[in-house]
Design a protein around this ligand. Structure first.
Ligand code: 6R9
Length: 561
């Protein structure tokens, strides 16, 4: 069965925020986007103002801005309360000498304080750097050093993973517990710094196939793209309860967990704790979640738990979205059959600021496809010469520049930034795809060695660099090995130094070494010892593609055996 023979899921009639895609797509101009945003009327711009303070000014201060759920713990805040809290954090940041453009890092679990700390840094004109909660010392240090972090907001537990002495630019560490304990002073002061559209706002570190993670810097202008995608793709309305499962240390968690829903005045759900099917379903049922944004790995895990969902009333759900990795048609059919709700795939990247290819609620879904270009976005499938290929042909997935969400720069690395724009007028994503006659885009694979495990983007170089710091390892090559639930898992091939002998204990020690220094999700799930690694004859570079080819061949043999 080829993809095009898969059963199409027709749109369900509904009162969607984008009534007529074809019409809008023809007439849409980015200048007309973001109609509700206040800077379009006042000329004054700040992401934090648009996401929170604007709603208080517009008379929605008493609307619930967030529900926080962690086990039996439940907390809810109104928009007015979130505004006061961001003012409170902003005042303390100011007192600690933070100025416009300074880098303020946030290293907290998925709690309201994490969201509020990010917004407060942005409010006073600083650049917020959210870190994923599972990072260990080396991952924290590399990222904060790369862009010269000046202040860190963390808590008294996570600070144990902050190698303070190795981060020379770091002047201050603040603890969320202490900030929370200080009384809020309503001094009537305006903490919002009005920003230029091109001023930096957010930095996310993300991996490619070479080098250490890069700092993708976004400017305040991203607000227009995020607002508009929230309105049309997430289809947020005033009575929606919206839940994105990602931590703000990942771009999905900041852009679609925090900024975009709040730009559209949604009630946001923040869920602490680990994945457990029962807890997730219970949360949806108890809070009456209407819009749910997650990733294929999570959906596959839920699917594998079978009938668990029958114990919960999930009838509040009206709209589900997916991102980060290829969405299997089985998963779409599962949700359609079991929940009667369509899963809408979305495609974008840390670098792109917001959605680029999407399935809209009022349009048919072709399972296997990520959807069609967002209005105002032009996709091109390019060949090696940078020419657009005929429909149906696989090539490099590229996007016409510019658009408001596109990153401003890669921190301190102009060459890397320029490498995305090697064909005049195009941003090249690094993904391979084809497009059909109706504009639907079908993802094929990455064009490089980047690993995608559970929707998390993992650079093989960062893992390899850590592996060879282990005394037993001479060389290491890291690949993504295909995996049924997680999409891919991290697999390492290593050559041992003389005097070391392979043993289960040694391999476990190596795994723990990576986990304790970088992060659990970066530690190889499998390690294979080899006598030598395949390399290019001229430059002697490790051939990850060859390792991957061997691995895929081997698992095909295993399956046939
Ligand atoms: C938002 C996010 C970006 C890479 C991207 C691609 C993969 C994202 C996808 C998808 C298939 C989708 N990706 N969405 N692959 N279908 N709907 O994930 O950002 O962490 O920067 O990763 O993820 O390979 O290039 P980021």
């Amino acid at each position: 069965m080829t993809l095009n023979q898969l059963k199409i899921i027709e749109p369900v009639a509904g009162d969607y925020n984008l009534p007529n895609y074809s019409e809008v797509r023809r007439s849409f101009k980015w200048e007309d986007a973001g109609e509700d945003l206040s800077f379009n009327k006042t000329g004054r711009l700040n992401m934090a103002h648009e996401a929170i303070d604007r709603h208080v000014e517009d008379g929605y201060g008493h609307k619930t801005a967030l529900h926080y759920v962690n086990g039996d713990e439940r907390v809810s805040y109104t928009f007015k309360e979130v505004k006061e809290k961001t003012d409170h954090y902003a005042r303390i940041l100011k007192e600690n000498g933070i100025e416009k453009g300074d880098r303020v890092f946030i290293f907290l679990p998925k709690t309201p304080e994490c969201y509020i700390a990010i917004l407060s840094a942005i409010k006073i004109g600083a650049i917020a750097g959210p870190l994923f909660e599972a990072f260990m010392e080396d991952a924290v240090r590399d990222r904060m050093n790369d862009c010269g972090a000046k202040l860190l907001i963390t808590d008294k537990e996570m600070v144990k993973r902050v190698p303070e002495k190795d981060i020379p630019t770091l002047e201050t560490i603040l603890y969320a517990e202490d900030i929370e304990a200080e009384p809020f002073i309503d001094d009537g002061k305006q903490y919002t710094e009005w920003m230029d559209a091109e001023d930096g706002m957010l930095i996310h570190y993300t991996s490619g196939s070479t080098g250490k993670p890069k700092g993708v810097l976004h400017a305040h202008r991203v607000v227009t793209h995020q607002y508009q995608s929230g309105k049309w793709v997430l289809d947020i309305k005033d009575d929606d309860v919206y839940w994105c499962t990602s931590h703000p240390g990942w771009v999905t968690g900041s852009v679609y967990g925090l900024f975009t829903p709040w730009l559209n005045r949604a009630t946001v759900v923040i869920q602490g704790g680990r994945f457990k099917a029962e807890h997730w379903y219970k949360l949806i049922a108890e809070l009456g979640v209407t819009i749910w944004y997650s990733a294929p790995t999570a959906f596959r895990m839920l699917l594998s738990q079978g009938d668990v969902l029958k114990d919960y009333d999930l009838s509040s759900l009206r709209h589900i979205l997916s991102v980060g990795e290829p969405l299997n048609p089985e998963v779409i059919y599962w949700a359609w059959e079991e929940l009667g709700v369509r899963i809408h795939d979305t495609w974008w990247m840390t670098e792109t600021g917001a959605h680029l290819v999407v399935n809209l609620p009022g349009e048919k879904i072709k399972p296997g496809s990520m959807g069609r270009p967002f209005p105002g976005i032009e996709v091109g499938i390019l060949d090696e010469a940078g020419e657009v290929v005929p429909r149906g042909t696989v090539g490099q997935l590229a996007v016409k520049t510019p658009w408001p969400g596109l990153m401003k720069e890669i921190w301190g690395n102009k060459d890397k930034f320029d490498s995305y724009f090697k064909y005049e007028g195009w941003y090249v994503s690094g993904d391979l795809a084809y497009q059909d006659e109706e504009d639907y885009v079908f993802f094929q694979s990455r064009d490089d060695d980047m690993i995608n495990s559970s929707g998390e983007r993992i650079g093989p170089f960062e893992v390899e660099s850590k592996l060879i710091e282990h005394p037993a390892i001479q060389e290491a090559g890291v690949i993504g090995k295909p995996h049924e639930v997680r999409g891919e898992i991290v697999k390492a091939f290593i050559v041992l130094r003389e005097g070391y002998v392979e043993s289960p204990e040694l391999l476990e020690e190596i795994r723990v070494f990576v986990r304790n220094n970088l992060a659990a999700h970066l530690a190889p799930k499998e390690i294979e010892v080899m006598d030598e690694l395949p390399k290019t004859t001229i430059s002697g570079k490790i051939l990850r593609r060859e390792l991957k080819r061997m691995e895929i061949e081997k698992s095909a043999v295993d399956q046939n055996a």
